[in-house]
Design a binder for this molecule. Sequence first.
Ligand code: DAH
Length: 340
Amino acid sequence: MALGDFLQQLDGLASDAEAAFTAAADTEQLEAARVEFLGAKSGRLKATQKQMGAVDKTDKPAAGKRLNETKQRVDAAFQAAQQRVAAGEQVRRSSSQFVDTSLPGVRPELGHLHPITQTIEELKDIMGRLGFSVADGPEIEDERHNFEALNIPLAHPARDPLENFYLATAEKTSADVLLLRSQTSTVQIRVMEQTPPPIRIISLGRVYRPDTADATHYPMFFQMEGLWVDKHVTMADLKTVLRLFATSYLGRDVHVRFRPSFFPFTEPSVEADMSWGDKWIEFGGAGMVDPNVLSAVGYDPEEVSGFAFGLGIERLCMRRHGITDIREFYRNDVRFLHQF
Ligand code: DAH
């Protein structure tokens, strides 16, 4: 074969290959072109290379040189195409994430406060307007604050192990006995121990009792405790505060009534009910702080008097929203929680 023919074949092959690689739009087309030109078995480059044998001996060095150059051209064209196609695929992949501004929007999910937390904030707000500031106390308590100083003696049934979550502590001397507080009345004691009268506080938080959960009971729930101690505080003040509280929270003219009751830490003690439509709903316990309690924290019962009350927060929230099962608050079902 004449050298000129051979060189012409090589040049034709190179420009065909360049054109094919440049035209390849994706990995598949590029691969087809690679097999056609660079395929190890029947690629066109391979086939042309075989024809070297038919070139005159004296022309072989020139033919070999051009063959090498052609190989390099074709390889370079292939690699360039490979890079271009890879980059293109990348763009195509990310363009599938481009925002189509003509589509209706997807609302981002926003969280919000738990209904009990919302209720607590609102109760603080209402009581704050009545001059009550917020006090806090620990959920793990000793017997002095949960019972003794509240005038609940050792033999009282409220101290029964079956009624409380006592904690297993190493030493069972009486000072060491700890429990999860069963009432927020503990905070009354903590505040009065630290502060001389007058006192006007509320305390909102968790309390614990080993009750079986049902529609109206849960082994953990929230209470709001109130305490007002000053000179000449009377039962009329108590009723006024509870009525203002009830009307503010329920946003309409509810009435409050007292029924005689008993609590170790108040004397006299009452159950407070509020009117709901034509029904009376129990909403908490209250009374005048027992002189024994005032003495236990070093106050002079001849000098000051006070009232205290304790309300269940879930119950208030349930009444407000028509919730009929306390367990809903603690299931963490977003379908429930979303509604508030
Ligand atoms: N601590 C009582 C309870 O858990 C509620 C209570 C009743 C609190 C009367 C008071 C009160 O401060 O005066 O059932």
